[in-house]
Design a binder for this molecule. Sequence first.
Ligand code: 13P
Ligand code: SF4
Length: 304
Amino acid sequence: MEETVREKIERLKKEKDVVILAHYYVDGEVQALADYVGDSFYLSKVATKVTQQNILFCGVQFMGESAKILNPEKNVVMADDFADCPMAHMVTKEKIAEVRAQYDDLAVVCYVNSTAEIKTVSDVCVTSSNAVKVVKNIEAKNIFFVPDNNLGRYVSKMVPEKNFIFHDGFCHVHKSILAENVKAAKEVHPEALVLTHPECTQDVVEMSDFVGSTSEIIDYATNSDHKVFLICTEMGVFYELQQKNPDKKFFSVGHRQFCPNMKKVTLDKVESAIERMDSFVELSEETIEKAAVPLKRMLELAAK
Ligand code: 13P
Ligand code: SF4
């Protein structure tokens, strides 16, 4: 009998010493065959622990770069080389230098959704699940939070003792979830709890019952006695939400909860990437060395 795509990928994983990491925003059928699925923080921690020589990353460019920076001796291959996060390119080194020149006591806090180049000039990275904790643990009084304005504003509310300087980056997927969409969905499902990613705008965050990263949203829904939820983040999370909670109902609040870059990762592309294993994430030694500093600092401060 002919091998299925799934069986072929399983066979090639063993033959080629490959581990597959996937973010919750990729398609469910890709999540189903990954060895590790999680949010950005979990995946960066996992990347430091895997034993295989080759990492096949099902996600966007900055995630593969982080895996490479934390494991320079391993090969990292993207399932789709063109899957990139637009927000990662929304701040420049020049802008960071300009703000650094204005403050003595400043920490540049860089959301992992940023390029490796931006990480080389940042003091510490954060993800949506550890940003509050990491920023609380930073000594500097002034925080330049890049690139995401919405996450920066959310963190600033949780850490009022710091002085924040915000940048104007955004995630187009989360920004397109409007307060009016949430209001309309609430009218249809008044019993639902609203679970929201902090990349959403402040008005949506304020209407929510819970705010957290993709993993935190999944954990919250799983541990809750509630049965109905409105989900304000990318629709890829519905796969794991439904897997873990077959008896609960999850609804989106609009038709645009769709990240076109995450959705570039398909089963066919995973199959051809694992067959070829030839297009590695390449970063210079200098970039890896400098970008590792804020990423490792994040791992330390988040563990405190
Ligand atoms: P996490 O919730 O996984 O941190 O990330 C959100 C995101 O936008 C990843 O691209
Ligand atoms: Fe980037 Fe938003 Fe897509 Fe995440 S969901 S990869 S932040 S565009």
